[in-house]
Write a protein that binds this ligand. Structure first.
Ligand SMILES: [Zn+2]
Length: 214
C-alpha cells in the first residue's frame, strides 16, 4: 500500500532544552515572510495565508504576513530587503527537489532549526506534493498549504522534533487527518503558551539572531 500523508523532517538539529525566564504576559508578535517560489496562484496564496493566519492568531499571537515579491492581494511588490528581525520567520514555497537523500519522499514540508537553540527562522513547504495530496483528497490546495505552513512554523518555535497528539502538530499526516475540518487544526493551549514563550525568548536575544536577506 502506498504510504501517503506522512510528514518527515530533516533532523538538522539535536533536541535542545528551552529555558525561558518567567515574565509578564505581553502581546507577542510574529511576522511571516512568504516567498512564493513555485508559481502558486494568487487565489491559493490567499487561501494559504488565511488558513495559516487563523491557526496562528488563535494562539493569541499578533500575526502579520508579508508577501515577499508580488502580493496576491494587491499585486504590489515587496522586496523584503530588510534583514530578518527576531520576531520574523520565513516560509518559502517551493517544489520538492527531485533528488534529495535527506528528504523523506512523502514530506510536505520541513523546518531548519539552529542546533544550539532548537529554534529557527526558515520553513519550507512543497507545493507540488501538497497539490497532489489536495487533488487526491478533493480539498482546497491553498488551504492545505497554509495548514502545512502553520505546522512548519510550529517547528521553528517549538523545536524540530516536537510533535503533539493532535491539532496542528501531529507527527504523521495520513489522509484522515488531512481532510479534517479546519477547526481541528489548532495549537493546544500548552503549545500556544510555548509559542509565546519561544518568541519572547527569541526577541529578547536579538543579538544572537541571524540577519538574513533573501
Ligand atoms: Zn512535523
Amino acid at each position: 500500500m502506498k504510504v501517503v500523508g506522512r510528514r518527515a523532517l530533516m533532523l538538522l538539529a539535536t533536541v535542545g532544552t528551552l529555558t525561558i525566564p518567567a515574565g509578564a504576559a505581553t502581546p507577542v508578535s510574529l511576522t511571516i515572510r512568504l516567498y512564493n517560489s513555485s508559481g502558486v496562484t494568487s487565489e491559493e496564496m490567499q487561501s494559504a495565508r488565511r488558513a495559516a493566519e487563523a491557526i496562528l492568531a488563535d494562539t493569541g499571537l499578533a500575526v502579520a504576513f508579508r508577501h515577499c515579491g508580488r502580493s496576491p492581494f494587491t499585486s504590489a511588490v515587496d522586496a523584503c530587503a530588510e534583514p530578518l528581525r527576531p520576531s520574523e520567520v520565513v516560509v518559502r514555497i517551493i517544489k520538492a527537489p527531485a533528488f534529495s537523500p535527506t528528504l523523506h519522499p512523502d514530506a510536505y514540508g520541513m523546518a531548519y532549526v539552529v542546533p544550539e537553540t532548537n529554534r529557527g527562522w526558515l520553513a519550507t513547504v512543497f507545493s507540488d506534493r501538497i497539490n497532489n495530496a489536495a487533488a487526491r483528497l478533493h480539498v482546497e490546495p491553498g488551504t492545505l498549504l497554509g495548514l502545512v505552513a502553520a505546522h512548519e512554523v510550529g517547528h521553528l518555535l517549538l523545536g524540530v522534533a516536537y510533535h503533539g497528539e493532535d491539532g496542528v502538530m501531529p507527527a504523521d499526516l495520513p489522509d484522515a487527518l488531512l481532510t479534517r475540518d479546519d477547526q481541528e487544526w489548532r495549537f493546544s493551549s500548552n503549545e500556544a503558551e510555548r509559542l509565546h514563550r519561544s518568541l519572547e525568548s527569541m526577541t529578547g536575544t536579538s543579538a544572537s539572531s541571524p540577519a538574513v536577506e533573501f
